[in-house]
Design a protein. Structure first.
Lengths: 147, 133
């Protein structure tokens, strides 16, 4: 009977550090990483939207069609990512006529990092410049009563 | 001598296991709530940035904030929207706060934790706009 003494204590002494603590750490790591991923995705979407608004006014005046100002697109994307998620980097920024695709990544170390080292998160977003409005634009030189 | 020994040992270990489990759940809930508050604030600010005037911007932001925050474990969530020059050079600032209920955890934690979020983004230059007469 004496050999059974302390069996439960021994069980927990083994199970807590080997199973329960890693599982708890993994749960917290997962939640934190999901939060970072959501933040990165939101920042990427915001960057794509800001970039897709960089209308090339000169192209409209000269050719009459919608086009994006490539330099302004790049500037807007970098500025937005830098503001919304400073730790993220833009891996790729492509412009296809009036469509902007932004790919970003961010290397995030999990808070506990018991099972894995820093993880690289990726996000991508696409935004498109379209013509049209619900009401007359503020940039239109005529008063709304004209329409 | 060993009668009830296992029970005593279990009683000694159970609090540690409970603290571990409840602490994990509380931490995950706080992280989830923080992510939700930030997402809702960003969504509200983005909607406000595309609105034609300050009144509809405030209304749209509050509606979007309420819709997003409903999916997260937050109570008494409040959004305050302010504008700096409601024109093409302007900026919308959204400040929000909410409380995570931790009273269920029976740990030595505060009953509720207050979280805050702040987002400032420029107003959309090409948004539809009703010119002020």
């Amino acid at each position: 009977m004496n050999r059974r003494r302390g069996q439960v204590l021994a069980f927990f002494a083994v199970v807590i550090p080997i199973v329960l603590v890693p599982v708890a750490a993994y749960a917290v790591d997962t939640a934190v990483m999901a939060s970072h991923a959501a933040g990165l995705q939101a920042a990427t979407a915001q960057a794509a939207e800001a970039a897709a608004q960089q209308l090339d006014v000169g192209a409209i005046r000269s050719r009459g069609g919608l086009a994006l100002d490539a330099a302004a697109v790049k500037r807007a994307a970098i500025q937005t990512i830098g503001r919304d998620d400073p730790a993220a980097t833009i891996d790729s920024l492509s412009i296809d006529r009036v469509q902007v695709t932004v790919l970003t990544s961010e290397r995030v170390p999990p808070p506990f990092a018991l099972l894995t080292g820093p993880i690289t998160l990726h996000a991508h977003a696409t935004a498109r410049l379209v013509a049209g409005y619900d009401r007359p634009s503020s940039l239109f030189p005529l008063p709304s009563s004209t329409f | 001598m060993s009668r009830g020994q296992s029970l005593v040992e279990l009683a000694a270990c159970a609090p540690l296991v409970m603290v571990l489990a409840l602490g994990t759940v509380a931490t995950v809930e706080i992280v989830d709530a923080r992510a939700g508050l930030e997402a809702a604030t960003e969504a509200a600010a983005a909607d406000a940035a595309g609105a034609p005037d300050p009144v509809s911007a405030e209304r749209t932001a509050q509606a979007r904030f309420a819709a997003v925050i409903a999916a997260y474990p937050l109570r008494s969530a409040v959004l305050r929207v302010t504008f700096r020059n409601f024109d093409r050079t302007g900026e919308v600032e959204a400040n929000s706060s909410g409380q995570v209920d931790l009273s269920w955890s029976v740990l030595d934690l505060p009953g509720a934790m207050t979280l805050e979020s702040r987002v400032a983004i420029p107003l959309e230059a090409w948004r539809s706009h009703v010119p002020q007469q």
